[in-house]
Design a protein around this ligand. Structure first.
Ligand code: HGA
Length: 418
């Protein structure tokens, strides 16, 4: 899952952004990048494939200096994990954007923009946003107006952070289907997809609502409901103090972690679906860039898991058959991996595992791959970068956070998505 960090301050923001990216690393990503507006009015960008550490090394060689910037960790949905596809994306050398989520109508917009002479340098859906913003900026000469006009043309789920060299003291954010939070400092403001990214600089946050657009300077925050109506009352979007006691590592008022985690289930389910829904539909791309092609060929589903995940698989079987109308079978991984398996045509192999390292499930996946004949594999898992996720064709990350209770309480909840 991607991460966004942004800052507008009266000090250099590079290290704030970098620390924010490090704090988002647990979510998993394939590349990272940062763009900062320099005092001289230039837009400078550094990107790297792989870990935030690789970006940090590049920044060591060519530091970014400036008081306004945006940064991103990317988990590719459109286009391979490459440096050219890493965010921020630019249109020319004036404007940069970071994006979480999926722009569903990017192909139509891309054709339109190409027809108008915009040249694309990446395979991402995000670059469409950069060129749209540039086009609208040319017309209005105002970044807020450009973002308002552009967002109105986008279909899908997204959170955006935008900067422009002509407005070097402004950072703009937009939230529609993907989380975005404002961090409030003293004469500085921040933007992030997760408050955890900003805890090193503030514990005061404003949580944006769906459709909100925010224009921030170091001194001021203006929030526009549904992108239009300026919110004037602080009651509507209050500043909230982040209670560290709510951390995953604390059991708060609960008697034990197991109880706490059971009570977290509805929030985890909402967090897992956030950014992956468009209206009442799940965005197929959130399973990976090959998902559309693969899912369109599925005739049946074979689910394999262990323990609690196996039980979640049994529920998933009922729901897949009822909602998708295709046959589904579920089997304990330790049985599946040791028996001769006949693979029916068009079968999707689905694994469920909290850690993504469950030995029998992983062996079952490898066995399934060695058999050939399966259409492809999908892992539903809580740990990005785990063996199961790396070795599967598609994946769906659950957002269960760390689980301290011994019995699995959350990771398999969203198995219905299979
Ligand atoms: N669609 C964009 C952003 C991906 C994302 O939000 N992943 O979780 C891309 O592919 O770059």
């Amino acid at each position: 899952m991607c991460g966004i960090v942004g800052a507008v301050a009266s000090r250099n923001v590079q290290n704030i952004l970098l620390e924010g990216l490090h704090r988002l690393e647990y979510r998993g990503y394939d590349s990272a990048g940062m763009a900062v507006l320099s005092e001289e009015g230039r837009l400078n960008r550094v990107r790297a494939l792989g870990k935030v550490g690789a970006l940090e090394a590049r920044l060591g060689d060519s530091p970014l200096k400036g008081r306004v910037g945006i940064a991103h960790t990317r988990w590719a949905t459109h286009g391979a994990p490459t440096e050219a596809n890493a965010h921020p994306h630019q249109s020319g050398d004036s404007l940069a954007v970071v994006h979480n989520g999926i722009i569903e109508n990017y192909e139509t917009l891309k054709r339109e923009l190409q027809g108008q002479g915009y040249v694309f340098t990446s395979e991402t859906d995000t670059e469409v946003v950069a060129h749209l913003l540039a086009r609208e900026y040319t017309l209005s000469q105002d970044l807020l107006t450009a973002v308002q006009k552009s967002v109105a043309l986008l279909d899908g789920a997204f959170a955006l952070g935008v900067i422009h060299r002509a407005q070097p003291d402004v950072l703009i954010g937009a939230r529609q289907g993907s989380p975005l939070v404002i961090g409030v400092g003293i004469d500085e403001h921040f933007l992030a997809s997760d408050q955890l990214a900003l805890l090193q600089v503030t514990d005061r946050f404003i949580y944006l609502k769906e459709g909100d657009l925010v224009r921030m300077t170091a001194e001021q925050v203006e929030i526009f409901e549904q992108g239009e109506r300026l919110i004037t009352s602080t009651n509507e979007r209050p500043i909230q103090i982040f209670e560290h006691a709510q951390d995953a590592a604390s059991k708060g008022d609960y008697r034990h972690f197991m109880l706490k985690e059971i009570h977290e289930q509805s929030r985890v389910l909402a967090a897992t679906l956030e950014g992956r829904l468009n209206g009442d539909r799940v965005l197929v791309r959130s399973f990976g860039s090959e998902a559309e092609t693969l899912f369109s060929q599925v005739k049946q589903v074979q689910i394999v898991a262990c323990g609690t995940s196996y039980h979640a698989g049994m529920v998933a079987r009922y729901w897949i058959e009822r909602l998708a109308g295709i046959p589904a079978a579920v089997e304990v991984a330790s049985e599946f991996r040791y028996r001769p398996v006949v693979v029916a045509d068009g079968t999707l192999f689905v694994t469920l595992s909290q850690s993504g390292e469950t030995a029998d499930t992983l062996s079952a996946l490898r066995y399934a791959q060695s058999l050939g004949g399966f259409l492809g594999s999908l892992a539903i898992c809580n740990v990005p970068g785990s063996s199961l996720v790396r070795e599967s064709d598609l994946s769906l990350m659950t957002m269960a956070g760390p689980e301290i209770g011994v019995a699995s309480t959350k990771p398999s909840l969203p198995s219905w998505s299979a």
